[in-house]
Design a protein around this ligand. Structure first.
Ligand code: NAD
Length: 274
């Protein structure tokens, strides 16, 4: 299964669909990563906070796929924000992953009450300029946080990774990203599994001989989003990457758009999370 590439605002190419590894135990990660690579995944989304960078790095080192064919994202955790602390945290992540270069590094949360994300971003720019990371971006940044980064540093994040699934579609946030040239990446793209029983999705899925999970991922792909479903189960991993052989109609896209809900957020609100 070949996954299309999205070109980011700095020219870096990222596979549009990857594997999320939140809650994947470090000791199980090598086997799961190798299985994902065997099933065609070329994009892995980890974070310092997930505690599995060692396992992710091992899985990649032990696989038959060359390191430069795999796009790996990691994220700076909240308690490491600040210019010098960011540089140290990055070195620690790289030591755990065992990499020379990282494909993408994200600020995990803006933490506006701490007001350190601009100086943190300046350290990210340094890491990129030194060639230690190819692409830099953010996660959970609200429009005013994004605009401040651009105004104060002149460097626009490549990506903003935000909660996004059929019950929480982030239309206004996506519009801001489009205006600024930032790619939108969906976290919890399957709504952590809670959206899968939705009758409209099951009905659409039955038309194509697909699952509700595949319909959701296809909807995200057709919206031009980057998506990183998590599964540690080999069959589901295969299922989640098998979404490039069917196409939803405009009416089905609209039907899924109507599932958006004001109360659909699962995770914390970035305005207050710290
Ligand atoms: P998800 O929406 O990807 O759902 C994962 C869960 O859905 C699995 O644990 C499994 O129970 C179920 N599932 C997966 N595939 C399925 C299938 N084909 N059929 C039936 N059930 C299936 O949830 P997630 O793990 O929260 O999000 C994905 C990734 O996003 C994470 O692993 C992580 O990499 C990233 N993430 C980032 C942030 C952030 O703050 N940046 C926050 C949460 C998650």
């Amino acid at each position: 299964m070949t996954v299309p590439m999205i070109t980011l605002n700095d020219g870096t190419k990222i596979p549009q669909l990857g594997l999320g590894v939140w809650k994947m135990p470090d000791d199980e990660a090598p086997g799961i990563i190798m299985s994902a690579l065997n099933n065609g995944y070329r994009h892995i989304d980890t974070a310092a906070a997930y505690g599995n960078e060692v396992g992710v790095g091992k899985g990649i080192a032990q696989s038959d796929v060359a390191r430069d064919e795999i796009f790996v994202t990691s994220k700076l955790w909240n308690d490491r924000q600040g210019f010098d602390e960011t540089l140290r945290a990055f070195d620690e992540s790289m030591g755990k992953l065992g990499f020379e270069t990282l494909d993408m590094y994200l600020i995990h949360w803006p933490m506006p009450a701490k007001d350190k994300y601009v100086e943190t971003w300046k350290a990210f720019i340094r890491l990129r300029d030194e060639g230690r990371v190819r692409a830099i971006g953010v996660s959970n940044f609200l429009p005013d946080h994004l605009e401040r980064l651009v105004d104060e540093t002149g460097v626009t994040p490549c990506v903003n990774q935000v909660e996004l699934h059929p019950r929480f579609q982030q239309a206004a946030q996506r519009k801001v990203h489009d205006k600024l040239g930032i790619a939108t990446e969906c976290w919890s793209p399957l709504g952590q599994g809670e959206v899968l029983g939705e009758p409209a999705l099951i009905e659409i899925a039955s038309r194509y001989g697909k699952s509700a999970a595949q319909v959701i991922l296809r909807w995200e792909i057709q919206l031009g989003l980057i998506t990183i479903p998590k599964s540690a189960n080999h069959d589901r991993m295969r299922e989640n990457i098998s979404v490039f052989d069917f196409e939803l109609s405009d009416a089905e896209m609209a039907q899924i758009a109507s599932l958006d809900s004001k109360d659909g957020r699962i995770g914390p609100d970035p305005a207050t999370a710290d």
